[in-house]
Ligand binder design. Structure first.
Ligand code: PEP
Ligand code: MG
Length: 775
């Protein structure tokens, strides 16, 4: 028999049907409403390779040096060729197809999920063994091919590498395949049979319209229902504004996102009766396994289905003694039939504890370390995930030690986002509730691309590392693309200078000095009072030189200080700072410098000394100017510090609509360049706080209003012979790069991790413009 029905298997059948199928069989056997399905057993795979006589060649082909990546690639290809190129024996084909036909109503084509179900229970970490293949919405036409692809997933490069390295014989691993009817959910979601962090006897249900992927991936805010098990009643209902839903496109069978009809957006998804049905189901499954469960469910035509159930792994140890053994006996996180789309990456979206903005790329795992006060910083150990409301500059040493960073507040241009990118530390910002929902010591995995924080450690996560090796930043093409538009890089912490220079950037478009100052732990005033003006200058010179040396003779634009008062407040001497309601609109940038000439003079003296040392690649840049009065004031200060503005290249940031609109006035004051600080220009144009996660979705640097200000400014600057540049975060975005090159900007400064892509994008755009002009 090539196949076994889920009705006929249980948790004990791991060897025969693999962990996933065993778990689904167990639930089916317990009378829970699991969508019907069957498994193509592990034995069937084994007989297939043996009878076709490809087994020996297959195992020989994958017996390669795991450190030889070319050999690994070739091994994966050969294994796939052997498996996909061999026909499944007729009798087996018939049995699979016949079983498939029984899954749906007569004469109608049924969509099924086809997933691999590994039997390698002996592997210490089965998830490393590959076997993660998942195909959704499969029809009869592709069924057998998909089954073979699941078999071939036993020999991905990663799986081969792992087994070779562990000395685990390839011959000892088998694979089964689950084929299960898809559920076209009208509503779906997740249910925790006990509170997922405290273990309290509450059933928490999250529900949204359509397929479950929207809830699991966090792309829609679901309704939230709390059921008090002690009282036996619904205790709390929070109806969310559900803007989108996922559903199957009837034509293509693909999962697509659609807008929810206006009248259903704020409608409650679950009736009391449906909640009762789910609760009853939740209690049964918890009873069956004897521990709290995390259940994925779906409702269609009034019928409730259970798609998957796993033990809750997020309950704090003190709150529950539930351990993390998976009920399904393997480490794979995706269990039952699925109604979620996206071809397999639903695996990664499970266990999402909190969601924010992915602000520094990379996936890492580590233990949560919540930092609320400065004096807790030393508790952050190498490899921890630093979780905090918002990072402050004095947290940089701890941020360097951390494997990853999670914040409650902040957007893509916040301190945490900027610094973590430069450190090469993955980060998720703006999770709103990270510090409340994550407990100290809990293992989590953060994804700095997707913005997710998941429970547990991920074997795929990169090992924690203070800095990405310099090699990782070096352009892979031996010669970087030559572009007419210069591509530069932003630096905020001098320690990142080497990585920044290794990108092959044409210079530094923005070197922020705030971090050099704020990491002193004292306000500039206090530092100067205690250590003297010369010592303050020395600190600045050291930081600036580190970067200027690394890039010499490429130009480095060093900006004078631009920290808002709230960032100074937590430092020694911070009590003397004014308490401002709107620090972003307050005493920062050139305003403060002009009002505090004593301190500004020391900064300028540092520039003067740098010039005297021969760093003719250093260019001075003034932040947050509005008009030529600001510039004239700064020029007076420069002269007083011994700097002749005519002798050095210097310029201003364009960060306010005023500066953009006054560009002629600014140009007449003698600037060499104007650099768009789109982080501030966007916040001041749209009146959207750049650090406020509640309005993060409205922070749009490519808003037509922002683009119009930039476009006009570039045009005027070109007429007046002033160079233009961008050094805000948007310079790393493709759409902005294309716009700026089209407009004729002189240079673009990007984040370290984006330089390479921006170089290529600029090149492409320039070539397109050239081609268009000759056609
Ligand atoms: C900007 O405003 O875009 C900018 C680069 O400056 P900062 O992010 O330091 O305010
Ligand atoms: Mg700014």
């Amino acid at each position: 028999m090539a196949v076994l029905w889920l009705d006929d298997v249980n948790a004990g059948d791991l060897d025969l049907v693999g962990g996933k199928a065993a778990s689904l069989g167990e639930l089916t056997g317990a009378g829970l409403p699991v969508p019907p399905g069957f498994t193509v057993t592990a034995e069937t795979y084994r007989t297939f390779i043996e009878e076709a006589g490809i087994d020996e060649e297959l195992f020989a082909a994958v017996d390669v040096d795991p450190e030889d990546s070319a050999a690994l690639r070739a091994a994966e290809e050969r294994a796939a060729e052997l498996i996909l190129g061999t026909d499944i024996p007729d009798a087996v084909r018939e049995e699979i197809v016949e079983s498939y036909r029984q899954l749906g109503p007569d004469g109608e084509e049924t969509f099924v999920a086809v997933r691999s179900s590994a039997t390698a229970e002996d592997l210490p970490d089965a998830s490393f063994a590959g076997q993660q293949e998942t195909f959704l919405n499969v029809r009869e036409e592709h069924l057998l091919e998909r089954v073979k692809e699941c078999w071939a997933s036993l020999f991905t490069q990663r799986a081969i590498y792992y087994r070779q390295q562990q000395g685990f014989p390839h011959e000892d691993v088998d694979i089964a395949v689950v084929v299960q009817r898809m559920v076209d959910a009208e509503k779906s979601g997740v249910m925790f049979t006990s509170h997922p962090s405290t273990g309290d006897p509450q059933i928490i249900i999250e529900a949204a319209w359509g397929l479950g992927e929207a809830v699991v991936s966090g792309s829609v805010s679901p309704d939230n229902y709390v059921y008090d098990r002690a009282q036996g009643a619904v205790a709390d209902v929070t109806v969310a504004d559900k803007k989108t839903l996922m559903e199957k496109d009837p034509e293509t069978g693909e999962t697509v996102e659609r807008e929810v009809a206006e009248d259903r957006r704020n409608e409650r998804v679950l009736s009391d009766a449906e909640i009762e049905s789910l609760v009853e189901l939740g209690e049964r499954v918890e009873d069956h396994y004897g521990e709290p469960q995390d259940v994925e469910w779906a409702i269609v035509g009034g019928e409730v289905f259970m798609l998957q159930s796993r033990p809750i792994t997020t309950i704090a140890e003190s709150a529950s003694d539930a351990d993390t053994d998976t009920a399904d006996g393997d480490d794979e996180s995706d269990g039952g039939a699925t109604n979620s789309g996206g071809g397999g990456d639903d695996d990664e979206n499970e266990d999402v504890l909190v969601q924010g903005l992915g602000s520094s790329p990379g996936v890492v795992s580590g233990a949560v370390r919540i930092v609320t006060k400065l004096d807790h910083l030393d508790q952050v150990q190498e490899g921890d995930i630093l979780v905090t409301e918002m990072t402050m500059p004095d947290m940089v040493p701890a941020m360097k030690r951390a494997a990853g960073i999670v914040t409650d507040e902040g957007g893509m241009t916040s301190h945490a986002a900027i610094v973590s990118r430069e450190l090469g530390v993955p980060a998720v910002v703006g999770t709103r509730t990270g510090t409340k929902q994550l407990e100290n010591g809990r293992q989590i995995t953060i994804d700095g691309d997707k913005g997710t924080v998941r429970a547990g450690a991920d074997s795929e996560a990169e090992p924690a590392e203070e800095f990405e090796p310099v090699e990782a930043a070096r352009p892979q093409t031996p010669v970087k693309p030559m572009t007419a538009t210069e591509v530069k890089v932003n630096v905020s912490i001098p320690e990142a200078a080497e990585r920044a220079a290794a990108t092959g950037a044409d210079g530094v478009g923005l070197l922020r000095i705030e971090h050099m100052v704020l990491t002193l732990g004292k306000t500039p005033e206090r530092y100067i009072a205690e250590h003297g003006a010369r010592a303050y200058q020395d600190e600045l010179i050291e930081g600036i030189r580190t970067v200027a040396d690394e890039f010499y003779p490429r130009p480095v634009r060093v900006r004078t200080i631009d920290a808002p008062t709230d960032e100074f407040r937590d430092l020694e001497g911070g009590d003397d700072e004014p308490a401002e309601h709107n620090p972003m609109l307050g005493w920062r940038g050139i305003r403060r410098s002009l009002d505090k000439p004593d301190v500004f003079q020391q900064e300028l003296a540092a520039f003067d000394r740098i010039y005297e040392m021969g760093y003719d690649n250093v260019e001075l840049m003034l932040p947050l100017v509005n008009d030529s009065d600001d510039i004239e004031g700064a020029k007076r200060q420069m002269r007083e510090a011994g700097i002749d503005p005519e002798e050095h290249r210097w310029g201003v940031m364009i960060e306010t609509p005023a500066a953009a609109l006054q560009i002629e006035d600014l140009a007449s004051a003698g600037i060499d360049f104007a650099s768009f600080g789109t982080n501030d220009l966007t916040q001041y144009t749209l009146a959207v706080d750049r650090n406020n996660e509640n309005v993060a979705d409205r922070f749009d640097e490519t808003h037509p209003a922002v683009l119009e200000l930039i476009g006009q400014t570039i045009e005027t600057c070109r007429e007046l012979g002033v160079d233009t540049s961008i050094c805000g975060q948007a310079g790393s975005k493709t759409e902005m790069v294309n716009f700026l090159v089209e407009e004729g900007i002189s240079s673009i400064s990007a984040n370290i991790d984006a330089v390479r892509d921006v170089q290529h994008e600029v090149k492409r755009k320039e070539q397109r413009i050239l081609l268009d002009s000759v056609r």
